[in-house]
Design a protein around this ligand. Structure first.
Ligand SMILES: [Zn+2]
Length: 184
């Protein structure tokens, strides 16, 4: 979230294109925040992509003829993405995956932990904490929802460092308890 991971994905895929490699980009069909068929980053640099319902579609569509497969918003795919990436990599395809490592509660998100473990290279890009300006690794949810998947960028989340994330969680718990007391 706001960390530039999609920009970094686009940067790497653009370089592969310049090197005349065959590049395919996929993203989960549920991530339709901007356009259905573009990977769009927050700074409006975009690159054409194919929305897919499930990771198995990536195998079918990328076939044997693709040099580089890019996958954006990987946290929204199910665990089968790990096996799909393994198969692609085993057959010689370069696989570049971008995704959020943690959800709004700081829990490992979807297939990301297994992807982090099995990747040859991992780059963690960080946002800037909106509270104090330190490096931010957490997505603090402002919106009141308990669902793990809540789409929306600017109004539902803010980037926070660990201390500011924890302070927000503590304030939230405090407010919830106060609310329960008034409800009784
Ligand atoms: Zn902070």
């Amino acid at each position: 979230m706001f960390s530039g991971k999609t920009e970094e994905l686009i940067r790497r895929l653009t370089r592969a294109r310049i090197a005349r490699q065959r590049v395919e980009i996929f993203k989960p069909a549920l991530d339709t925040r901007y356009h259905t068929d573009d990977v769009v980053s927050h700074n409006q640099n975009s690159i054409r992509s194919t929305p897919v319902q499930s990771p198995s579609e990536i195998l079918l569509l990328a076939g044997g003829s693709t040099d580089v497969v890019g996958i954006d918003e990987a946290q929204f795919f199910d665990e089968s993405l790990v096996e799909v990436c393994r198969q692609l990599a085993n057959q010689g395809t370069r696989v570049i995956v971008a995704g959020l490592d943690m959800d709004y509660l700081g829990r490992p998100f979807g297939p990301m932990p297994a992807l982090l473990a099995t990747a040859e290279f991992v780059t963690k890009v960080h946002a800037v904490c909106v509270c104090c300006g330190e490096l931010a690794a957490y997505s603090y949810r402002i919106a009141a929802s308990e669902s793990q998947i809540l789409l929306g960028e600017t109004d539902a989340y803010e980037a926070r460092c660990r201390p500011c994330f924890l302070a927000g969680e503590a304030a939230h718990t405090h407010r919830a308890e106060a609310g329960q007391r008034t409800a009784h």
